[in-house]
Structures are given as structure tokens and as C-alpha cells.
Design a protein around this ligand. Structure first.
Ligand code: AMP
Length: 465
């Protein structure tokens, strides 16, 4: 769960990267950073939100016509400054900066091998593995070094990099995480999501293809393939549509808002509820609740108000803060819910703790009945490709029946969208979800996990550091 941004061919590259990161802030709030320059690269990274990390002075120290930026939420590697990206390193061929969104499934194996042959790691992040692999490639050209390094890694990566006055963007062969290309005046921009392009008034051109590496320099944009042989099947993360991406973004070429609205409409057909009012869990549940209300013909109202002065509660690394956070973040509107049969629509139910608190809050505000509707299937499996889902044992749907979850959450009824319904809402027919990864809902992991990887990989790594 990270956001990446890149720009080439703009006098104020660092300033634009800073703005771009603002529009990607929802993808990670632990640290932010920018590397900018022409041949000489300079870096500024710190823990915290984009608006706290940068000011005029720090941005003023990042001159140059090219820049990359990163916002981070740690899915692998601990939450500390040394893991903040972009990384900037010097090796025999010059300076290279790199910023990564995703999770590598063979990072631990590669790290062990590299350490055995003398590599000294400075961070606990997956991304440094790529850096060390690059350093060992007997090629001068940084693009060739990167391609050779990426051929050894498996898993999810959308990367942006700077080397030799070139901006580089690359997506793993399955295209798990998003990366889009845009034009800004005479230059090019890269971003995790188009929300950044709208802010800086860049024009969206297309997505970086799975397995494609693009290089932007004075001569324009060129495309290379990372993998040799036949193209791998695409496995775009469906959870970007369900929850993670911003609704005003296009990801995988599709409007996130419309996909969520359709999920809500299908949910209304599949899981009708006896309600007087439909309310969303803001913000991420809003488009699907709108869809649900429209389709069911039940009035839509804002029965929960979200404070915008606290971050996403789930995303806070410490459990104690997360539990407290639900009450900090959401409060019920008595005049909307009092005496009503309330249909609450949320995008996903993970641990169930948020929903439990919401149901309690709504009842305390007078709701007569609370019917919970989730615009995605039950989350039953952890993600190993870059979304921070808890370990399997914490996923309530992995070990409890629907009736047990209803009892735990204390709602009057609970209904999930089917897998077919979700895939149809993102525009894919059939139950296999061709072109998408939906392993968090099905357990069908498209890329095998590294050694020992069928357990709680992410949590294991975290406890190690
Ligand atoms: P839970 O209490 O674990 O069931 O949390 C469910 C809530 O967390 C839902 O409102 C989702 O919008 C949100 N959510 C689901 N997945 C994630 C995630 N990976 N990171 C942050 N929030 C999430």
C-alpha cells in the first residue's frame, strides 16, 4: 500500500511531484519523499504526511527537471525512516533513485542469497533487494541493470526510477498494482493513479502495461519488456476497485467510482434488505451505497459523519490507536437514523471490529434495525502482493460462518456481494475473474509464495524487524 509518482521535462519537477503525492496520500501516510535532479540527484524524505514532510525550503533544495516521489504504508519492512522511499544510491555506474509500490514474494530468499555473497542491507524493505540485484549486474546502462534485476524478482511491483537523466516506470508482468502515464506540457508524468494527473492538470494517456518498462528522456518515451518469453497473464488487484484507489481515479482503465456504484447496485439485487434508509460508511462506502440506494429505491442519506482530521483508522499501525480511532473518525447523525430500519453499506469487512462499533453507535443513536451490506465478498485470505490485510487468523470471515459474524457484529442481518457480482461490476464476465487477482476473496494466489510463504508472511517479516 504505497503511492508512486514520477515526472520528466518540467522546470519545477519537485514541486509537481509534491502535488502529485498529495493526490496519492490515501495510498500511504507513514512517510513521504521526493528525489529530484538532472544528473545530480537530491533526496528529501521524512516520516509523516506529505504536507508535514515538505515545505518551501525542502522543496527549494530539490532542483532539476525530473523527480520521483513516494508515499508509504509499510506492508513489508518496519515503519521507520530508513525504510522511507524513494531510495537513492550510488554505484559504479552513477546514481539511481527508485520508489516501489507492491510486495515481492521472493524478497526473503533473495535477501538471504545476497547477504551470503556480501551485500550489506541498510533497510528492511523489499525494494532494497532490487537495488542490490542491480548493483551486481555487469552492465553499464542502468535500464539494462534494472531489467536484469527485475527478472530475478517475483511478486508485485509498480516502480518509478531516475537514472542518467531518465525517468523509468515499470509494472510487474502480472500488473498487480497500477501505474499510469500522462503528459504535462512537453513532459511526461507517471503515477499510481490518475487522481494525481487531475490535480496537476496532466492528460492521462494510458496505463503502463503489465511487464512493460517505459523510459522517458529528452527523446521522448520508449517502451521495453521486462520478461522474456510469452507474456504472463494479467492479474490486476480487484481490491484497488473495491477499496484502495480513490473514486475519482481511473485504474486499469476504469472509473473506480462507477465500478463501486455498480457493486452497490448488484449488492441491492443480490442482498435486498428491509430498510427505510441507506447510509454509507464514509468515505470508501459512499459510491456503493449510492448504487445500492438507487437500485433498491430506498432513500440515501449520510447517517454517519466522518471527521477528516484523523487518518484512516485501519491504516494506523498500532492496534490500540485503531480501536480508539473508529469513534474518533465516525459519528452517527441521530436525525437520520432515529427510529429507522437502517441499511449500512460498507466496501469490505475485514476483522469486523469497525462494523461492530458502527452498529453499536447506530443503535445508540436510535436505529431500530441495522442491516449491514458489504459491496465485496468475504475477505478470507491475506494479500501477499501489497495490500495490508491482517493475518488469516484475524480475518473474521476466514474462520466464522455468516451467522457467527452477524452475532459478533450484532447487526440484524448481513449480506455480501458475490464474487461473480464483484467481477461483473468491474466489467469482467464469468466466475474466474480473468485478468484480475482476487486472492483475498478466493485464496487463489496467482504467483506462488516464497519459502514458508503460505503462512503469515507479512506478519512474520514485521516481527523480525
Ligand atoms: P475491520 O474493522 O477490520 O472489519 O475494517 C473494515 C473497514 O476497514 C472497512 O470500512 C474498510 O473500508 C476498511 N478497510 C478494508 N481493508 C482495508 C485496508 N487494507 N486498509 C485500510 N482499511 C481497510
Amino acid at each position: 500500500m504505497c503511492g508512486v509518482f514520477g515526472i520528466h521535462g518540467h522546470d519545477e519537477a519537485a514541486n509537481i511531484a509534491y502535488l502529485g503525492l498529495h493526490a496519492l496520500q490515501h495510498r500511504g501516510q507513514e512517510s513521504a519523499g521526493v528525489v529530484a535532479g538532472d544528473r545530480t540527484l537530491r533526496r528529501h524524505v521524512a516520516m509523516g504526511l506529505v504536507s508535514d514532510v515538505f515545505d518551501q525550503k525542502s522543496l527549494g533544495r530539490l532542483p532539476g527537471a525530473a523527480a520521483i516521489g513516494h508515499v508509504r504504508y509499510s506492508t513489508a519492512g518496519s515503519s521507520e525512516l530508513r525504510n522511507a522511499q524513494p531510495f537513492l544510491f550510488d554505484y559504479a555506474g552513477g546514481s539511481v533513485a527508485i520508489a516501489h509500490n507492491g510486495n515481492l514474494v521472493n524478497a526473503d530468499e533473495l535477501r538471504t542469497r545476497l547477504e551470503a555473497s556480501g551485500s550489506i542491507f541498510q533497510t528492511t524493505s523489499d525494494t532494497e533487494v532490487i537495488v542490490h540485484l542491480m548493483a551486481k549486474v555487469p552492465e553499464f546502462d542502468p535500464v539494462q541493470r534494472l531489467i536484469a534485476a527485475l527478472r530475478q524478482v517475483q511478486g508485485a511491483y509498480s516502480l518509478v526510477g531516475l537514472a542518467d537523466d531518465k525517468l523509468i516506470g515499470v509494472r510487474d508482468p502480472h500488473g498487480f498494482r497500477p501505474l499510469v502515464i500522462g503528459r504535462l506540457k512537453d513532459g511526461y508524468v507517471l503515477s499510481s493513479e490518475t487522481s494525481a494527473f487531475d490535480l496537476i492538470e496532466a492528460e492521462y494517456i494510458r496505463d503502463v502495461e503489465p511487464g512493460e518498462l517505459v523510459v522517458v528522456d529528452g527523446a521522448g518515451l520508449r517502451s521495453h519488456r521486462v520478461a522474456t518469453g510469452e507474456a504472463a497473464p494479467p492479474h490486476f488487484c480487484v481490491f484497488e476497485h473495491v477499496y484502495f484507489a480513490r473514486p475519482d481515479s481511473l485504474v486499469n482503465g476504469k472509473s473506480v467510482y462507477r465500478a463501486r456504484e455498480r457493486m452497490g447496485m448488484r449488492l441491492a439485487d443480490e442482498q435486498p434488505a428491509p430498510g427505510d434508509v441507506v447510509i454509507p460508511v464514509p468515505d470508501s462506502g459512499v459510491p456503493s451505497a449510492i448504487g445500492y440506494a438507487k437500485q433498491a429505491g430506498i432513500p440515501f442519506e449520510m447517517g454517519l459523519i466522518r471527521s477528516h482530521y484523523v487518518g484512516r483508522t485501519f491504516i494506523e499501525p498500532q492496534d490500540s490507536i485503531r480501536h480508539f480511532g473508529v469513534r474518533l473518525k465516525l459519528s452517527p447523525v441521530r436525525s437520520v437514523v432515529d427510529g429507522k430500519r437502517v441499511v449500512v453499506v460498507d466496501d469490505s469487512l475485514v476483522r469486523g471490529t469497525t462494523s461492530r462499533k458502527i452498529v453499536k453507535m447506530l443503535r445508540a443513536a436510535g436505529a431500530r434495525e441495522v442491516h449491514l451490506r458489504i459491496s465485496a465478498p468475504p475477505t478470507t485470505n491475506p494479500c501477499y502482493y501489497g495490500i495490508d490485510t491482517p493475518t488469516r487468523s484475524e480475518l473474521v470471515a476466514a474462520s466464522h460462518t455468516l451467522e457467527e459474524i452477524v452475532r459478533y457484529v450484532t447487526c440484524d442481518s448481513l449480506g455480501y456481494l458475490s464474487h461473480d457480482g464483484m467481477m461483473a461490476a468491474v466489467g469482467v464476465a464469468g466466475d474466474v475473474g480473468l485478468g484480475y487477482c482476487s486472492a483475498c476473496f478466493t485464496g487463489a494466489y496467482p504467483v506462488p509464495l516464497g519459502k514458508g510463504g503460505d503462512g503469515d508472511l507479512v506478519r512474520l517479516r514485521r516481527s523480525r524487524v
